[in-house]
Write a protein of this length. Structure first.
Length: 461
């Protein structure tokens, strides 16, 4: 029944026009296209502990704290934010189960000690008031959410530190319980592939855990079951050393148009965003002890924050390029020295890890000295490891990012001949157009784009 109501809600949402009511105050709305998304995640609220998340990537972001070890992925449909190497699409959205969803936060975690599951919460919070930025119709929209999406949700939007939380056992839209892992296995905890989204259920001894707590097999029934605190008490704890997978997703927030679309109500939220409300923060924590397990920040950068963010990414890409070009090849010599030793055969087939770096060395004609080579590698080590291949994929994307900036931003350091790379026959991730990047950095020189018209759903009904 709940699933049926949700399907009706989604269909109604798809046909709901957008709100056109004005908002007060300054925000990204006045910056035209000079805004961009960036996602970070980490084991605490402290941003110094966060990593930038490569959205729609097969590679998860990993971190840990005193409570758990976590691997996390973020998917956003049609993403065109930072880092520039992020793909605009994930196979996750090709799956029939997620064909209408706009975003997903998927995670796998292993507790380092038993963690109270009764008071574990999942949701959003802020460390400052937002009551003066709440749009008209907020309470109406909240009523829709509580009716169609999560009746167990609790909210205090008018507090000095507002919050919107659900019990984690209810708030995770998919939950899978796995086996207990050894300390060695916990060094690289498993996680679902993008082409095979998480299914509700259990593996191995995790099946007994579900059965012992009376947990239904169906995700909707499980969520309804755990709205009751007594049922959560039957589950008790997230066990030490046991693997858990969770996924949170929905079709209601469009991060590309910065719109909230609910059945019978739709709102363009851009006009209500300012420097206090430009971060949507998701947190997994214990509401009684205030212990934080992990945090995900989806941040809208705008105004003066955009150019420094692009510059920071460019510097990180170049640092990664320099670091990789100095790493040894499989025979123990550095890549640049290997080329110098064999100038007549520069385009021969070489291991995947070295191919892009070798092309860079040839074209840039670098004259810098290489550091002394490390000890000779074993002759049997002729194939790079998966980790090395992942490094190479990141390096290729970094080169593509530098080339894009060189084409888009006149006078940028990457526009010098040393950064003009030869065409690659390998597939590269989709990038923003040069026109869009230029408009972000020089909005006064870009053509004005027509604004979308949005209508008040309630007055149009």
């Amino acid at each position: 029944m709940v699933a049926h109501l949700k399907d009706k809600a989604v269909n109604a949402m798809m046909n709901t026009p957008d709100d056109s009511s004005g908002g007060s105050g300054s925000g990204p709305e006045g910056y035209g296209e000079k805004y961009i998304l960036r996602v970070s995640a980490g084991p605490s609220y402290d941003l110094s502990t966060h990593q930038y998340v490569p959205v729609n990537s097969e590679a998860p972001t990993a971190f840990e704290n005193d409570f758990m070890t976590t691997k996390l992925k973020v998917r956003i449909r049609g993403y065109n934010g930072l880092p520039r190497t992020s793909s605009s699409h994930s196979p996750y959205f090709d799956h029939p189960m997620h064909s209408k969803d706009q975003y997903s936060i998927g995670f796998s975690f292993v507790p380092k000690k038993d963690l109270d599951a009764v008071h574990a919460t999942w949701g959003n919070d802020f460390d400052h008031p937002v009551r003066d930025r709440l749009p008209p119709g907020f309470n109406y929209a909240l009523g829709i959410v509580k009716k169609f999406i999560d009746p167990a949700m609790e909210v205090d939007a008018y507090a000095d530190e507002p919050w919107l939380w659900s019990p984690a056992l209810d708030g995770f839209f998919k939950l899978r319980i796995g086996e207990k892992l050894s300390q060695e296995e916990q060094k690289d905890i498993p996680h679902p592939a993008e082409s095979a989204p998480l299914e509700e259920g259990a593996d191995g001894s995790g099946k007994q855990v579900r059965e012992a707590s009376g947990m239904p097999d169906d995700s909707e029934k499980r969520r309804k079951y755990f709205m009751n605190e007594e049922n959560r008490a039957k589950f008790g704890v997230f066990e030490k050393d046991r693997l858990y997978h969770g996924d949170f997703f929905n079709p209601f927030i469009d991060f590309n148009k910065f719109a909230l679309r609910l059945p019978g109500f739709s709102l363009k939220v851009m006009k209500y965003i300012n420097d206090k409300t430009h971060v949507l923060r998701y947190v997994f924590k214990n509401r009684h002890s205030d212990d934080v397990y992990f945090v995900v920040n989806i941040t809208l950068l705008f105004g003066d924050d955009v150019a420094p963010a692009l510059q920071e990414e460019d510097e990180r890409s170049r640092d990664a390029s320099r670091e990789l070009s100095r790493e040894p090849s499989t025979d123990g010599t550095t890549i640049s020295k290997q080329i110098a030793q064999d100038p007549q055969n520069r385009h021969q087939e070489i291991p995947f890890r070295q191919s892009q770096a070798k092309r860079e060395e040839i074209i840039t004609n670098s004259t810098s000295e290489d550091p002394p080579p490390p000890p000779q590698a074993s002759p049997s080590a002729s194939t790079p490891s998966p980790a090395q291949q992942n490094d190479t994929q990141f390096f290729q994307k970094a080169l593509a990012h530098q080339r894009n900036l060189a084409q888009a931003v006149p006078g940028h350091p990457s526009s010098s001949p040393a950064f003009q790379y030869a065409p690659s026959h390998r597939h590269e991730p989709q990038m923003l157009s040069t026109q869009k990047i230029t408009s972000m950095l020089n909005p006064e020189e870009s053509a004005q784009s027509s604004e979308e018209e949005f209508y008040d759903a309630k007055t149009s009904q």
